[in-house]
Write a protein that binds this ligand. Structure first.
Ligand code: PLP
Length: 454
């Protein structure tokens, strides 16, 4: 009996022609869907043969399993989500979204041939950097700037080129881990530089640095402790004082982190403030407060930047024309003080609070007691301004309401499975969506989805 019903399962090719698989083939590719079908058919046959009572033959059930498997694969595809966390530069949600206008502007240069490495005035081989070097001179006041794929590469490159086999002095208060497994002491070891620790977790003075200098010292590295803050009895040296006290053979490098330039971010020292105070090199990310594509940038003394650019690792770290074109466009807009150049951190952290409240009211209208508007806070995130939050408004969904019959975790999981997934947060045992990071244009969609759950 079992054999004859199983043999009525269509050929894989025939199953692939089922209408419900067409959208999955379009999004996931035919071979990926075919694999999922094969796997589900095999599993289904096995289950049915082993426990025919528990798994009576049903083609409908098999198709349901296949659809579910494809749906799970689709969840893995990179896709847009709604950020309801109130964390503006969210490490898990792609950090800084790129301004749509900038993206449009660089379409042509990226979809045609370009002068990426040809000098149009001479016809000879040119540099990748285009106008970026000059633009950055105005933005950060550094003599020269180089670009790599991310800020972790910046730090590796400057240690590898300028401090390999030599000593680098780092404060004990700044030997930090940034995100998943990126630790300053580890990257120092990898680059071949020797770490010399000075000071204590909370206090490091200029004299501590000076006392540690030997003939072998190549660099003092200051690291902006961007993802935490030590409060209370703390001291770190004045950068200007340290810069002028260091002997000539010691480079002063600063890992600034967020890439704050013209953005109005209280308490976040800008790249140019470090250069102005006498730092030789400052490195930072392109996709935090700067608001551009994923990139690492090093700005500072021309001779040092040129030396870094000759390092063989530069070939491995150099970014694509996509990154250069977006950075050029972004910096031009920043220098012209246009809104498109602001970056998501500046734009969203300075949003009008009344508009956020209005957005929240719009979202809850008509839902009665199930959803309410509450005061909340937004943070810039992305390893910047650790101490700071700004007021915001959130929408709070009470999942213990009979209509939801769900724990907060379950409701969050459900929202991640919506056609446009929504990432919320749990506060005081309730699910909240923070209006600081939810777009006004996303409100009608959220209303529809919530109405369905109700
Ligand atoms: C974020 C950050 C990094 C790492 O930058 P990526 O662009 O993620 O590689 C390094 N240092 C500091 C201080 C940071 O804030």
């Amino acid at each position: 009996m079992a054999v004859s019903t199983l043999s009525s399962i269509p050929q894989i090719e025939k199953i692939l022609q089922q209408a419900f698989l067409a959208p999955f083939i379009e999004r996931l590719s035919r071979p990926v869907v075919a694999d999922a079908v094969r796997e589900q058919v095999a599993r289904y046959k096995k289950q049915h043969l082993q426990e025919p009572e528990k798994y009576p033959f049903s083609l409908e059930q098999l198709y349901h399993n296949i659809e579910r498997a494809c749906w799970l694969l689709n969840q893995q595809r990179l896709q847009r989500v709604v950020n309801g966390t109130g964390v503006i530069v969210h490490t898990n949600l792609g950090r800084s979204p790129i301004n749509a206008d900038l993206w449009q502007q660089v379409t042509e240069v990226n979809t045609h041939y370009s002068n990426l490495e040809i000098d149009l005035s001479t016809g000879k081989r040119g540099k990748r950097k285009g106008l970026l070097q000059q633009l950055m001179q105005y933005l950060v006041k550094g003599e020269n700037t180089l670009v790599v794929n991310n800020n972790a590469s910046s730090i590796y490159l400057l240690l590898h080129e300028l401090a390999k086999g030599k000593e680098v002095i780092v404060s004990r208060g700044e030997q930090i881990q940034i995100g998943g497994g990126f630790r300053i002491p580890d990257i120092l070891a990898l680059s071949g530089a020797k770490l010399v620790e000075v000071g204590t977790t909370n206090i490091t003075t200029t004299q501590d640095y000076l006392d540690a200098i030997t003939d072998e010292t190549a660099m003092v590295l200051l690291v902006h402790t961007s993802n935490f803050k030590i409060r209370g009895f703390t001291e770190s040296p004045d950068v200007r004082e340290l810069a002028s006290a260091l002997p000539d053979h010691v480079i002063l490098a600063v890992d600034q982190g967020s890439g704050t330039t013209t953005e109005q971010m209280p308490d976040e020292p800008t790249v140019s403030s470090y250069i102005d105070a006498g730092a030789d090199l400052v490195c930072y990310s392109g996709d935090k407060i700067l608001g551009g594509p994923q990139a690492g940038m090093i700005s500072g003394k021309d001779a040092l930047i040129r030396q870094l650019e000759k390092n063989p690792m530069m070939r491995a770290f150099r970014p694509s024309r996509i990154v250069y074109s977006l950075l050029e466009e972004l910096v031009v807009r920043k220098l012209n003080q246009q809104a498109e150049g602001k970056g998501v951190a500046e734009t969203k952290s300075h949003a009008d609070l009344r508009l956020l409240e209005q957005r929240a009211q719009e979202l809850v209208a008509g839902f009665g007691d199930l959803i309410s508007v509450v005061q909340s806070e937004m943070t810039v995130g992305g390893g910047s301004l650790p101490d700071q939050s700004d007021p915001s408004w959130s929408v709070q969904i009470n999942p213990s309401q009979p209509a939801f019959q769900r724990s907060p975790d379950k409701l969050l999981a459900l929202m991640r499975q919506w056609p446009l997934p929504v990432i919320g947060v749990i506060k005081h045992d309730k699910v909240q969506l923070n209006m600081a990071t939810v777009e006004a244009s996303e409100i009608p969609y959220l209303r529809n989805q919530l109405a369905e759950v109700l």
